[in-house]
Design a protein. Sequence first.
Length: 300
Amino acid sequence: MASAGKDISQELHALSEKERKLKSRTAALDYEKTEAQRMLAQVEEQRRSKVNSALDSLKKRYFSRLLGNRGVKILAPRVSGVEDSTLGKVTTIPKIVQKNLNEIELVPILKNYSYVRILYDTMANEYFYEVIEPKLLEEEDELLEVLKEILVESLELMEDATPASKEQYLRRIVEGLLRELGVELHPVSKERIMYYVIRDFLRFGPIDVTMIDTQVEDISCDGMNVPFYIYHRKYGSIQSNLRFETAPELDGFVIWLAQRCGKHISVALPMLDATIPDGSRLQATLGMHVTKRGSSFTIR
């Protein structure tokens, strides 16, 4: 009997101890939940504060014409260019200034937004691949940079969403930011800015045109301040007007490409062979330890 009573007592004690631990754990979880909510609210407040600070900075630095809550209008320049019947002039096709350059063909890539012009240099006896994208006014360029800074800090895209859904979502976010800025954009200005936001956040950034162009088989960047070479189905290997002018810009783009492939590249592991989501093959190097001209990449 004494042994049985002792066993029951031990079981009751064990259950009481288990109950105590569970209550303690529940209390800890409640505290962690409350603390997590507090931290989340703090992060959200910091984000709002940072965004508001960026907005105020933009107004003070770039839009001195703002008076109180009065918005600023950015109007499209009166220049000749390719027209969208619903918007007006979106992309200006630059005139050919050099007499030794002849236009062979002008190819729309994203209609009304981006183009490829093939030129022939009569002095060098070679073709040239010119990427043409919307040219931004100074105010548009400054506004774009601030918008991109804010979006980098706050934008969250649904990975499983369709490209069209992502673009629609991104447009709504940018339009909301513009309302907060009190900036009223001419429809053409808005489209030019949106082109670069979508290009840099949803597509392939500065190489997007070459990635879309079905005539391009190979894209090569051999270092900082070196023109990209394009292997074109019709014209072979030709120089382009694309280049990265600074090492940080090129390094950052190579790292970004690696991330797009779900891979990692670093100074410790400076060489990469990977597959881009669209199926293209990427070979890249990072820094000046592998090549004297700095980071490089080839997409084919």
